[in-house]
Design a protein around this ligand. Structure first.
Ligand SMILES: Cc1cc2nc3c(=O)[nH]c(=O)nc-3n(C[C@H](O)[C@H](O)[C@H](O)COP(=O)(O)OP(=O)(O)OC[C@H]3O[C@@H](n4cnc5c(N)ncnc54)[C@H](O)[C@@H]3O)c2cc1C
Length: 429
């Protein structure tokens, strides 16, 4: 019987681990609660109508169709038994127990509201296709509601968009909402000018894009201000309800902003599977729930169990796609070497390929060690990198076409929203 590898998660870590096992004498079972491999860095473009969901979330089954030693299971993992070496997953009331010889856990992170889970209903996060489509309905729906609203204050609230979190996700969302309002929707409405929309970017820290060099972050902030994003720093969100958001400033005073649309891009917390592993191995957890792994990405005392990607904590590596891809690749490589008789653990060495963030149409920042680029050239680098990493030729072609439409012209081809989302919003207001 071939060596059985179970991979939990079809994100960057899971996909890169599975692909690297293509020629190995193993049977790979990939278990994910979604049917797709999600390119999370472009979720904001689905939420703001630039890309279609299919372009950033190809079916995992299709991605792996030529990999004969891999199968895909749609199910939510609820249990991992490291003694019995089994993974338990559930779907549609059915329980599946899958035995493994090696296990790769790449279950990623979810959104956290820092103890304020009650914010979730009014301020969705941006971690999944469901989140992106919900936000798309809320954003485009808000402009529709503004068109029908006779009261000026209420209309102003429909036209105020508050994005919480000044990291790359928040910055990209805020930039694209501003661009949507100022360019794409120009001339689309009769009772108001979409350019009057107010876009707030709220962050508790002293500056946005804290992971970037201060000079690049300052250039990004200037570009956001130019396109009409209002940056509010040093303020903690203390209240969110259907019609407003309240921010407490450092001095203690509070500002309440009437805003019907809120986006939460402020915090992530590790998959609960991390706790499950920690309980059985004594592995330590970070405050955000990441599992501290040994330097070969395995759990203490369990050389057959790897934790990779966002769920892994190793030497302060950031939760970015490149870390997940390289760690997934590393775990698979270690399994292959072990099967060839070399069981010595190898240290995971991360090769930093830099970070980038797209701020507005044709303006991005790029940081690679001492190299820092911003503006149009940064945007071209951003374009090439994202085209390279999108999965599948068809998706790359589709994305390129949509980018031409949105960034050379001013249109957006993915403005369709579900009526259910729209009516739901109207009723709640
Ligand atoms: C909005 C956004 C923008 C980002 N932008 C960038 C960027 O510009 N550059 C960058 O490098 N990184 C970016 N990131 C981070 C990057 O996407 C992550 O670092 C990367 O996705 C981590 O890969 P992963 O495989 O560890 O986890 P993920 O890609 O999150 O995959 C985890 C998978 O596990 C599945 N899963 C979780 N729990 C279970 C369970 N119990 N049962 C079954 N399946 C489960 C999930 O469905 C998911 O498919 C961004 C992230 C987000 C959310």
């Amino acid at each position: 019987m071939s060596h059985r590898v179970v991979v939990i998660g079809s994100g960057f870590g899971g996909l890169f681990a599975t692909r690297h096992l293509e020629r190995a004498d193993v049977e790979v079972t990939v278990i994910d609660r979604t049917t797709h491999h999600l390119f999370q860095p472009l979720l904001y473009q689905v939420a703001t109508g630039i890309l279609s969901e299919g372009e950033i979330a190809p079916a995992m089954r299709d991605v792996l169709r030529r990999q004969a030693n891999a199968r895909v299971i749609l199910a939510e993992v609820s249990g991992i038994d490291l003694t019995a070496r089994t993974v338990t997953a559930e779907v549609g009331g059915r329980e599946l127990v899958t035995p493994y010889d090696s296990l790769i856990v790449a279950a990623g992170m979810g959104t956290t509201y820092f103890g304020h889970d009650e914010f979730a209903g009014d301020a969705p996060g941006l971690k999944s296709i469901d989140d992106a489509l919900e936000l798309r309905a809320r954003i485009f729906g808000a402009f529709e509601m503004a068109e029908l609203e006779p009261d000026a204050d209420a209309r102003r609230a429909w036209l105020t968009f508050a994005v919480v979190g000044g990291g790359p996700t928040g910055v990209e969302m805020a930039g694209q909402i501003a661009d949507l309002a100022r360019r794409t929707l120009r001339g689309n409405f009769r009772n108001f000018d979409p350019a009057d929309a107010r876009v707030l970017l709220i962050d508790a820290g002293p500056r946005i894009l804290a992971s970037f060099h201060p000079r690049l972050a300052a250039k990004a902030a200037a570009e956001l201000a130019r396109i009409g994003v209002e940056i509010r720093l040093g303020g903690r969100v203390t209240g969110v309800d259907a019609g407003s958001i309240t921010v407490e400033r450092d001095g203690g005073a509070s500002d309440r902003f009437p805003a019907m649309t809120k986006v939460w891009a402020a915090g992530v917390t590790a998959s609960p599977l991390g706790q499950l592993l920690a309980r059985q191995t004594g592995a330590e957890l970070e405050r955000n729930g990441q599992v501290k792994v040994l330097d070969d990405c395995t759990l203490p005392g369990h050389p057959d169990v790897f934790v990779v990607g966002d769920l892994m904590s190793l030497g302060g590596l950031p939760g970015v796609a490149e870390v997940a891809m390289q760690a997934g690749h590393h775990a698979a490589g270690q399994i292959i070497r072990r099967l060839a008789g070399d069981s010595a653990p190898r240290r995971f060495v991360y090769r930093d390929l830099g970070s980038l963030s797209s701020i507005s149409r044709r303006f991005a920042i790029v940081e690679l060690g001492p190299i820092r680029i911003s503006g149009r050239l940064g945007w071209l680098v951003w374009l090439v990198v994202h085209l390279t990493f999108l999965t599948g030729f068809k998706n790359r072609l589709g994305a390129l076409l949509h980018w031409v439409i949105s960034f050379c012209g001013r249109g957006r081809s993915e403005r369709t929203i579900s009526t259910r989302g729209l009516i739901g919003r109207g009723r709640r207001s």
